[in-house]
Design a binder for this molecule. Structure first.
Ligand code: DX5
Ligand code: ZN
Length: 217
C-alpha cells in the first residue's frame, strides 16, 4: 500500500487550511511541507509559524522536508510546531549521524534526503537509524519540475540495500511525480509518494488522487 504525500508548496497559501482539508478529504496520507532557506536551495518558502498554524487542524501527519543549511538549529522548532517526520539533506549536514540522532531524540521519525547526484553510499553507516529515505527525483528548490529518469535505478538499488540488510525503511520520492509516471517509481520500490503540482494544480483533486493510487498499483 503506497502513501500519498501532497506537497503544500503548490497549494494556494491564501487558503491554506481549505487546501489541506481538500487533500485530507481525498484520502491523502501525509502532509509534505517543503522548507527552503534561500541558501541550500535558491528559493525561500516557510518556517515553523506556518506549520504551527496547521497543528491540530488535520489528522495527516506532518512530513517536514528541510532544504536548509544547518538544520540542527531548527529541528526543535519544527518539532514544537508539529512535525512528525523530519527529513534533512545529507548534502547540508557536516555531521549527518549526529543530526539523525538529534531528530530521534526529539521523538519524531528521522529521514535523510538525497539530491539526484548524491550516491546511496552516504547512507551506509546510518541506514539502521532511519525511518525513511527521501530520493529526490528533481533537483530541490521548486515545484513543477520534470522527473529525472536516472533516479529509477537509484530507487531500485536502495530497495535492494534495505532488503539485503533486512530493514523496514520507507522509500519516499519527491519531484515531478504525476499520474502518468507514478508506476515507474512504485515499480522500482518507492512507497511514499510526494506530489505537489500534480495534486494541487489539478481540476479535481479527488479524481487525481484516485488516479494516482490506481496507476501506482
Ligand atoms: C522540490 C520539493 C518538492 C516539490 C514537488 O524542491 O521538495 O516537494 O514541491 O513538487 P512537484 O510534485 O510539483 O514536482
Ligand atoms: Zn519536498
Amino acid at each position: 500500500m503506497i502513501k500519498l504525500a501532497p506537497s503544500i508548496l503548490s497549494a494556494d497559501f491564501s487558503n491554506l487550511l481549505a487546501e489541506v482539508e481538500k487533500v485530507e478529504k481525498a484520502g491523502c496520507d501525509l502532509l509534505h511541507i517543503d522548507v527552503m532557506d534561500g541558501h541550500f536551495v535558491p528559493n525561500i518558502t516557510l518556517g515553523p509559524p506556518i506549520v504551527k498554524s496547521l497543528k491540530g487542524k488535520t489528522k495527516m501527519p506532518f512530513d517536514v522536508h528541510l532544504m536548509i543549511e544547518k538544520p540542527d538549529n531548527y529541528i526543535g522548532d519544527f518539532v514544537e510546531a508539529g512535525a512528525d517526520i523530519i527529513s534533512v539533506h545529507s548534502e547540508a549536514c557536516t555531521h549527518l549521524h549526529r543530526t539523525v540522532q538529534h531528530i530521534k531524540k526529539h521523538g519524531v521519525k528521522a529521514a535523510i534526503a538525497l539530491n539526484p547526484a548524491t550516491p546511496l553510499s552516504v547512507l551506509d553507516y546510518v541506514l539502521e537509524d532511519l525511518d525513511m529515505i527521501l530520493i529526490m527525483t528533481v533537483n530541490p528548490g521548486f515545484g513543477g519540475q520534470s522527473f529525472i529518469p536516472s533516479t529509477i535505478d537509484k530507487i531500485k538499488a536502495l530497495k535492494n540495500m534495505i532488503e539485503r540488510r533486512n530493514l523496514n525503511i520507507d522509500i519516499q520520492v519527491d519531484g515531478g511525480i504525476k499520474p502518468d509516471n507514478i508506476h515507474l517509481v512504485t515499480e522500482a520500490g518507492a512507497n511514499v509518494i510526494v506530489a505537489g503540482s500534480a495534486i494541487f494544480n489539478s481540476e479535481d483533486i479527488m479524481t487525481t488522487v484516485e488516479l494516482m493510487r490506481k496507476n501506482a498499483e
